[in-house]
Design a protein. Structure first.
Length: 372
């Protein structure tokens, strides 16, 4: 074997040894792994694979006025919007005029109740009026005699005091009977104290009233509020005075605006959320008890972020995710989704303007990366 052949074999051996060393070097493997794991799982795809999967991309666009977030909320009634209809007398429902859920005007009759107490108070009122007439005449007579010096002035004072007592008794009975809507025949007409919807009917014809439960509850739905469930990440960021808006109906672009009026001081240990309340400016299309998604905005802040097509955002576990195109591969990226409008998703964190995200074939990418 000549020298030239030996030199070639030696060079090949050195090259092979060097390749093995660099392939097995620990720090090289760590660098590769750290680079691949920077954004989460990644999948390398050829141009043919991208075409076969139907993957298409679009650049994230810078957006201004990005809201703080979108949170679940429930439409509720303000405390003053519910009024209970009660009666001070125990009796029996003789006639019922309304159904649960029916709209009524203020002063509309709800039911007629027959009550023995109403007859007794009506009779007491008549006796008090008779006593009042007698006490008035007596007071006038003693006043005249006292001025003439026939009787002592103290007797006139006593007569005036008795007159005031009789007047108070008459007024008390009149107010009580008027409050109950009672007539002289012993019937009591229960009327709606406000205009609104009959939210509760707790009696029926022939049944009794006058217990602990109010026979009727009227709701005024002209004003509505929201109970918002703020996630932990918004703790300390949402303040009274911030704007909120909700969709009038599912799938509609019409939005109803409102304003935050109160924010809870502590996190719920079970849900890890904070309760906030807001008042709405309108009620069109909303009913108490309905669940909605509320968008919260800071009128004094200039929130910035990016927008992407709604189809670019998917859900993996508890995170909102997009797939970012980087040098022939697609990288999973967790983002903070704050709102959706007009087919666009607004992202506050996790994505930069100009980055290419997959808008079609997202389900295929999700499945592909899950297998890796």
């Amino acid at each position: 074997m000549n020298r030239t052949t030996l030199a070639g074999l030696a060079a090949a051996a050195l090259a092979l040894a060097g390749g093995v060393y660099f392939a097995l070097r620990p720090d090289a493997r760590v660098e590769e792994r750290s680079e691949a794991a920077q954004d989460g799982p990644a999948g390398a795809l050829s141009a043919e694979q991208v075409k076969a999967l139907g993957v298409r991309t679009e650049a994230a666009v810078r957006a201004e006025g990005v809201p703080l977030g979108t949170v679940p909320a429930q439409v509720t009634l303000p405390p003053q919007a519910k009024v209970a209809v009660t009666t001070p007398f125990t009796g029996t429902v003789a006639q019922l005029f309304v159904l649960e859920g029916e709209n009524v005007a203020r002063g509309a009759p709800l039911a007629v109740v027959r009550a023995a107490d109403a007859v007794q108070f009506s009779a007491a009122l008549q006796r008090a009026r008779a006593d009042l007439a007698l006490e008035r005449a007596r007071a006038q007579r003693l006043e005249t005699l006292a001025k003439e010096g026939v009787v002592a002035g103290a007797r006139a004072d006593e007569a005036r005091a008795s007159l005031r007592q009789s007047q108070a008794t008459v007024s008390e009975n009149q107010r009580l009977l008027a409050l109950a809507g009672a007539g002289a025949d012993g019937t009591v007409t229960l009327r709606a104290p406000i205009a609104g919807r009959v939210a509760h009917v707790g009696v029926e014809t022939g049944g009794g009233v006058g217990g602990d439960e109010a026979p009727f509850v009227i709701e005024n739905t002209a004003a509505l509020t929201l109970d918002l469930q703020l996630p932990e990440r918004l703790a300390g960021k949402v303040r009274p005075g911030m704007d909120v808006e909700v969709a009038a109906r599912d799938g509609e672009a019409t939005r109803i605006a409102g304003r935050i009026v109160s924010v809870g001081a502590s996190l719920d240990p079970q849900t890890r959320s904070i309760l906030a309340k807001a008042r709405l400016d309108d009620t069109a299309g909303l009913v108490p008890g309905r669940g909605v998604m509320a968008v919260i905005r800071d009128p004094g802040g200039a929130g910035e972020g990016v927008s992407v097509p709604v189809s670019a955002v998917t859900r993996i576990g508890e995170a909102d995710v997009v797939f970012v195109a980087q040098k022939g591969r697609f990288v999973r990226r967790d983002v903070q989704l704050v709102a959706e409008a007009g087919g666009r998703a607004l992202v506050a964190e996790g994505l930069k303007a100009g980055e290419q995200v997959a808008t079609h074939g997202v389900a295929e990418l999700k499945s592909l990366l899950a297998e890796q």
